[in-house]
Design a protein around this ligand. Structure first.
Ligand code: SAM
Length: 168
């Protein structure tokens, strides 16, 4: 039997999940004790939202989503849900949250990597001004920021599957 060296979709999926958790846990620890809220961009099934809500007890976690369809255990309260397209709700959030967010997690992409990259380029300038000084941004896609610095990944995260940025 020949050895199989190709990376499968299952491998990529597992790498993304493991990396998401490692990066989120590191960012949650590093921003603990901050007063500014946390933003979850893209609720989906609500797995990462559930993880963040369970691990973050000191700050509100606001969810930006165009259509809520999450697991009942992972559905944010109405007052923490910012419904609509992030291309409109992110610019509006600048007035509502003048101090910005201590932690922003974005997982807005689908299966098409090219489309995800185009979208990441489009929303990077909308996310950038919302991060508080010394805040962290965790993303499943590479982002295109002018002023946020890419950070080293924590142990357990797979390069290219998750990204962390800091406002200095
Ligand atoms: N992290 C989630 C989890 O663990 O279950 C999965 C998020 S899912 C991959 C992406 C979500 O982003 C979808 O629910 C989709 O509706 C949302 N989304 C994508 N583009 C959006 C946009 N322009 N505005 C608001 N939400 C968007």
């Amino acid at each position: 039997m020949s050895e199989q060296n190709t990376t499968t979709r299952l491998d990529l999926f597992i790498d993304r999940m493991v990396s998401q958790r490692a990066c989120l846990d590191a960012a949650i620890t590093q921003t603990a004790g901050r007063s500014e809220p946390v933003f979850e961009l893209g609720l989906g099934n609500g797995r990462t939202f559930h993880h963040m809500r369970e691990r973050i007890r000191d700050r509100d976690v606001y969810v930006f989503e165009r259509a809520v369809a999450s697991h009942p255990d992972s559905t944010p309260a109405e007052h923490l849900t910012i419904l609509g397209d992030v291309r409109e709700t992110l610019p509006a959030a600048r007035t509502r949250f003048p101090a910005g967010a201590s932690l922003i997690h974005a997982d807005l992409g689908g299966h098409n990597r090219e489309k995800n990259d185009t979208f990441a380029r489009m929303i990077s300038p909308l996310i950038e001004p919302l991060l508080a000084i010394d805040g962290l941004m965790v993303s499943s896609d590479r982002m295109y920021f002018d002023t946020l610095a890419e950070q080293p990944l924590p142990e357990g995260a797979v390069p290219g599957r998750c990204f962390i940025y800091r406002r200095t």
